[in-house]
Design a protein around this ligand. Sequence first.
Ligand code: AMP
Length: 351
Amino acid sequence: MITIGILGGGQLGRMTALAAANLGYKTHIYCPEQDCPASHVSSDFTSAAYTDTAALDAFARSVDVITFEFENIPHTSLEQLQAIKPVYPQPTILQKTQDRLIEKNFVQSCDIGTASYQVVDSLDDLKTAVAAIGVPCILKTRTLGYDGKGQYKIADNAPATRTAAWEAMHGQPAILEGFVAFSCEISVVAARTQQGEIALYAATENSHKNHVLDESLVPARISDAVRVKAEAIAGTLAEALNLVGVLAIEMFVTESGDVLVNELAPRPHNSGHWTIDGAMTSQFEQLVRCVVGLPLGATTLRAPQIRMKNLLGEEALDVAAYLQNPAAKLHLYGKKEAKAGRKMGHVTILS
Ligand code: AMP
């Protein structure tokens, strides 16, 4: 029997493990935290640091193929694993998407637009970059940022604002991005197999609260022209990366109908959770198919309109309210504490 090793034990790993089980595969979760959401639904679990070379070695030898649900895994650890078993998506892809500067350079090298950006390694660099890009703009750490963490919006030209922004980076290399006055945010999840077969999910319209995804709506309320552009971007990036696995592409749509790439995530994505109930094949099953070498499943919608609501913090305590609607599908991730802003689960409503 095939065992899929998954680095990371959060909800993405949990839903991947569930999809793997449905296809008859075992999963082995590797995660530093004990009692993590994915460990509850997998056959094997290793709790060790991502830098523990002995534990990584034993993990790689115990599985047939490796994937990840967590992006901040040191490249050296992935290389160590790859020397023993195949890792999909390939570690070189993660290397590109772990660093916002490398990621944006790569996207632009594919003739795809992004917000304007400049490297910032010092307060002096920040002054030059703000002058070049203009306000408003956002300073972001190049690595380890997610859900708005490691970001600082600069709304004016005051030196004190720049100092506060630079201090918020805690000395880490950063990039300054022009603020995109978007009309909406969308994402497309792409899947690509080892043979180069590609499938795209319908563009999803995303709304955020406090930088965290709150709701996704499918299909996104965008023109056909914008949809075609977004799909072309997703296909181009999946090809250019030689992707094996799934890739989420977060994009800004501007008033004039331009589509700019904000961020890439070479893993299942929160904005693709609707695919479990709303698509013929979920993004998690699609990832499993890619890593074990099966053909892709259909991405067709199961309903004309699908809405996914994240349950953040205490929102997850009122499950009865969501289940008032018999068409609502509830997913809880088995996290113990409903801390403010923590992703506890989601509800999908097909209509
Ligand atoms: P990120 O962590 O880069 O995905 O940013 C989180 C959220 O902040 C995005 O989903 C946007 O809502 C907002 N944001 C990030 N970068 C920009 C930008 N350059 N212009 C406008 N909004 C942004």
